[in-house]
Design a protein around this ligand. Structure first.
Ligand code: NAP
Length: 475
């Protein structure tokens, strides 16, 4: 497969000749070496995107949509190949990798359909003197920065709406997982996307290359998915040229189980909300608040399900939980669990990191977690479920909202009115009400508070790559 930079429709080595290694998280061994994009390469990619911008924006929306539709078909047809590549570089279990590919491909299909719906409006001014005509135009050249946890889906969630809206892009994938992004560049070229419309720039100097691009006046938007910490830096960088920003940042999702919940459904939902992607998801349930009257039974059932999961390399067909992506993440998860145990928590399963090789952490359930424990405040990003009990709905909502994050929250109750009332009170951009998964290309995904700005997916995701232009007209 191609491992160079993809700029202006060509595969080229880094201007410095540097390359970096991609490792298999199951063993730590090197699986590929990839060109390491420099600042000079980043600016060449911006130039290519800028050169392609006018003609792509002028391409009929129907034609842009048909290219995206072709990308959907190609990706679906090659789902197994993409899934294997994702498992190799990210470590995730085969079922997780396969469902990521289908989810990723759906963004191409959804935005193939949405491309023709960047609607405007016309109204008569209140004075009656003129008409107010509003048209939607592409923002222009976009820099897309993606994380390693969904190497395919986080890229398509940005590329598809950007292209549908008529923008051109430079994608900077995470250094842990650049191979999926490079395979996607090949696929998009095959789908007929013209040279320069999509450029892919792996780089280990992410801070320097992204900063250089954000200071290039040809760049009009940055869409970032990753940690809140890096998001804050990019918001500051974007301020210099007043670059449009979309930020999909970290989460600390609460999972509420009320006394009247269908417990079997709540445990099923908990397994998805916690274990989709081995816990390495911004939407992962990070804290379980369970009503005291059902906490014992919920804990018992969740413990049994977590303990039964098979840990192994993502490339083995029967693996249910793969290794974490790298040593830093594995050490962080281990540290958070140790800290909670030292403060009085009990592990009903898991809780001890196995010896290497590989960055494995076992599915773990913790009870009696101290309310002040770091594990309830920080994003765990691993297969650990801390459980805290509560007595009243008000207490549960107060616990849930006691965080600077606000991406997603989950609620289980048989009483729909109560569930909707609590959903409205929760400070989150998305709520799973009797559901353990909310991600859907047709829905607006995003957070409030320090979980982000803007929405991806749905019709809103398309509008985020457009500017409205108001034309005051007399006729
Ligand atoms: P990260 O460290 O913030 O990295 C994300 C991306 O930013 C990577 O491509 C990274 O490149 C790049 N980057 C790092 N430092 C940078 C800098 N100073 N300037 C510009 N770019 C920089 O996050 P991660 O560890 O990959 O991903 C996990 C985080 O993503 C979690 O917090 C998770 O919640 C969040 N996430 C959020 C969503 C959402 O939709 N809200 C979805 C998925 C993940 P390198 O890899 O080269 O460092």
């Amino acid at each position: 497969m191609e491992t160079d930079l993809f700029i202006g429709g060509k595969w080229i080595p880094s201007s410095t000749g540097d390359r970096f290694d991609v490792r298999d998280p199951a063993t730590g061994s090197v699986i590929a070496s990839v060109a390491d994009g420099s600042v000079q390469d980043a600016l060449a990619a911006v130039a290519a995107a800028s050169d392609a911008a006018a003609s792509w924006a002028a391409t009929p929306a129907r034609v842009r949509g048909e290219h995206l539709r072709r990308a959907f078909e190609l990706m679906t047809a090659r789902a197994s190949t993409f899934a294997r590549l994702i498992s190799q570089e990210n470590g995730k279990a085969p079922a997780d990798a396969h469902s990521e590919v289908l989810y990723a491909a759906e963004f191409f299909r959804w935005y193939a359909e949405e491309a023709v719906r960047a609607l405007g409006s016309v109204a008569t001014a209140p004075s009656g003197a003129n008409r107010i005509l509003v048209v939607r135009q592409p923002v222009g050249v976009c820099v897309l920065v993606t994380p390693w946890n969904f190497p395919a889906a986080m890229a398509t969630r940005k590329i598809a709406p950007a292209l549908a809206a008529g923008c051109t892009v430079v994608l900077k994938p995470a250094s842990d997982t650049p191979l999926t992004a490079l395979a996607m560049a090949e696929l998009l070229a095959e789908a007929g996307i013209p040279d320069g419309v999509v450029n892919v720039l792996p780089s280990r100097s992410s801070g320097r290359v992204v900063s250089a691009m954000l200071h290039d006046p040809r760049v009009r938007k940055v869409s970032f998915t990753g940690s809140t910490e890096v998001g804050r830096l990019l918001l500051a960088e974007a301020a210099d040229n007043v670059v449009n920003t979309s930020m999909e940042l970290g989460g600390n999702a609460p999972f509420l189980v009320l006394a009247d919940a269908d417990l079997a459904a709540a445990v099923d939902g908990a397994m998805i909300a916690k274990m989709r992607n081995g816990g390495e998801a911004c939407t992962a349930a990070n804290r379980f608040y369970v009503h005291r009257s059902v906490a014992g039974e919920f804990t018992e059932q969740l413990t049994a399900r977590m303990a039964a999961l098979r840990l192994g390399p993502g490339t083995d067909a029967d693996t249910q939980v793969g290794p974490l992506v790298n040593e830093d993440i594995a050490a962080k998860v281990d540290g958070l669990v140790r800290d909670a145990l030292a403060a009085g928590a009990t592990a009903t399963t898991g809780g001890t990191r196995p010896d290497g090789p590989g960055y494995y952490y076992p599915p773990t359930v913790l009870t009696d977690v101290a309310p002040t424990a770091a594990i309830l405040r920080e994003e765990i990003f691993g297969p650990v479920a801390p459980i805290v009990t509560f007595d009243t709905d008000e207490e549960a909502v107060a616990y849930a909202n006691d965080t600077e994050y606000g991406l997603v929250a989950y609620v289980y109750t048989r009483d729909l009115t109560r569930g909707l009332r609590i959903s409205e009170a929760l400070e989150a951009g998305m709520i799973g009400l009797n559901r353990g998964v909310v991600s859907d290309p047709a829905a607006p995904f995003g957070g409030v508070k320090q979980s982000g700005i803007g929405r991806e997916g749905g019709h809103e995701g398309l509008l985020d790559y457009t500017e409205s232009k108001y034309i005051a007209v007399t006729w």
